[in-house]
Design a protein around this ligand. Structure first.
Ligand SMILES: Nc1ncnc2c1ncn2[C@@H]1O[C@H](COP(=O)(O)OP(=O)(O)OP(=O)(O)O)[C@@H](O)[C@H]1O
Ligand SMILES: [Mg+2]
Length: 373
């Protein structure tokens, strides 16, 4: 067929492409019952007009944190009109003003004027309305680390969490969402003493869980028999490496598009391999991008040296950053849990057991992502 035919060709392998979009909130949300129930339990007081327990959701990318909060927010909103539940994407709204503007918009249906209004004025309007209507405010600060980097987290959280001291009767709950709890050390004591969150941890999904979840997406996203079981399993094996479900959903979609491009009625292993090759750098860079500068330095060292003993790596790292062993050790654990590198005990060090560190991705790919920043 020529190019024009290709665009007009309306046969498709996708039953519902929406199901494979990254912001789709699925009905079937398994393997997160404990986390969902802890969250429901912590927020339940809000349904009775009381201040809920603050929460902190922590876990690696693509483990369902944002989706879990959105699900519980929907349940709450379906149940009562007396709770205002707002999710803030801190990567986009990364100042105190932007955060209250988002809350304002949710409450009043329009954005506040962007100039000439002080934060204080907006916040007072919000609080007055909450008090007079006896509503409870729930604010989910998603990707809270972006507020921490910019130094705005203290201001935002201070305003929200101590609002009741200044405005008696107002009830606010805060849900923080983070990849790494160590970013919270940037919060000051005035905030921490009132935040006191219930910590809810989201771990990597295991092989069988990924298979279950992606199988459901494939079932609703594609027509029957388009994605054979062994092809689905191949997708899962790619995802298992990072545990990031978003990568898996994206991989399903790209594989399907590759199959369509070939004019095939089924997705093949080659379609998946090709999709993985073209997107792997993208996903890797997305993950590396959210690391701190010192974490990037450490990863860069590992990528450049290849396999190395932990002690020796520490020496090199310390020379570059002057950071101490405790911070180094924490970062090694973090980079290991994010699957960027292995840090296993060799069992045969000269003085007891020593850890051998090695990159889990092609060094070249890691370096490409670090260079790009
Ligand atoms: N248990 C689950 N069942 C079904 N789909 C899930 C489940 N967990 C995650 N997903 C899907 O995986 C994708 C990523 O989930 P989500 O955005 O909630 O992750 P996250 O933990 O917030 O990641 P990040 O830290 O990168 O923001 C979404 O498309 C979501 O629908
Ligand atoms: Mg998220």
């Amino acid at each position: 067929m020529n190019d024009n035919d290709m665009l007009l060709w309306d046969e498709t392998l996708f039953k519902d492409l929406e199901v494979l979009e990254p912001d789709y909130l699925p009905d079937y949300f398994p393997h997160r019952d404990t986390q969902l129930n802890t969250l429901r339990f912590a927020l339940r007081p809000a349904l009775r007009g009381m201040r809920p327990v603050n929460c902190l959701l922590v876990g690696p990318p693509g483990t369902g944190k944002t989706s879990a909060v959105m699900k519980v927010f929907r349940e709450i909103e379906a149940h009562t009109k007396n709770v205002v539940a707002v999710k803030i994407n801190c990567q986009i709204d990364s100042t105190r003003f932007a955060v209250v503007s988002r809350i304002y918009k949710k409450m009043f249906g329009i954005s506040p004027p962007t100039s000439g209004v002080a934060f204080r004025k907006l916040f007072e309007t919000i609080v007055d309305s909450l008090i007079s209507s006896e509503k409870v405010l729930l604010v989910a600060l998603d990707d809270l680390n972006y507020l921490c980097y910019e130094g705005h987290a203290n201001e935002v959280m201070y305003s929200l969490l101590r609002a009741h001291e200044q405005f008696p009767g107002v009830r606010v709950g805060v849900i923080g969402i983070l990849n790494d709890a160590s970013d919270l050390y940037k919060l000051d004591a005035r905030v921490n003493s009132v935040f006191l969150p219930e910590e809810i941890s989201f771990s990597h999904y295991e092989y069988s869980e990924i298979l279950d979840i992606l199988g459901d997406r494939a079932k609703y996203g594609f027509y029957p028999r388009v994605v054979p079981e062994e092809v689905l399993k191949l997708v899962v094996s790619y995802v298992e490496r990072t545990g990031d479900l978003r990568v898996g959903i994206d991989l399903l979609k790209r594989s399907g598009l590759n199959a369509e491009f070939r004019g095939s009625r089924t997705v093949s292993a080659a379609d998946v391999d090709k999709a993985y090759e073209s997107s792997k750098i993208l996903h890797l860079c997305r993950g590396i991008n959210i690391l701190s500068d010192s974490e990037k330095t450490l990863l860069e060292l590992v990528a450049k040296t290849g396999e190395i003993q932990a002690g020796e790596l520490y020496k090199n790292f310390h020379e570059l950053t002057e950071l101490g062993y405790t911070r180094f050790y924490g970062m090694v654990n973090k980079l290991q849990s994010l699957n960027y590198m292995d840090a296993d005990f060799s069992g045969k060090g000269q003085r007891g057991r020593t850890r051998i560190i090695k990159p889990r991705f092609e060094a070249e790919d890691i370096l490409k992502c670090i260079e790009k920043k």
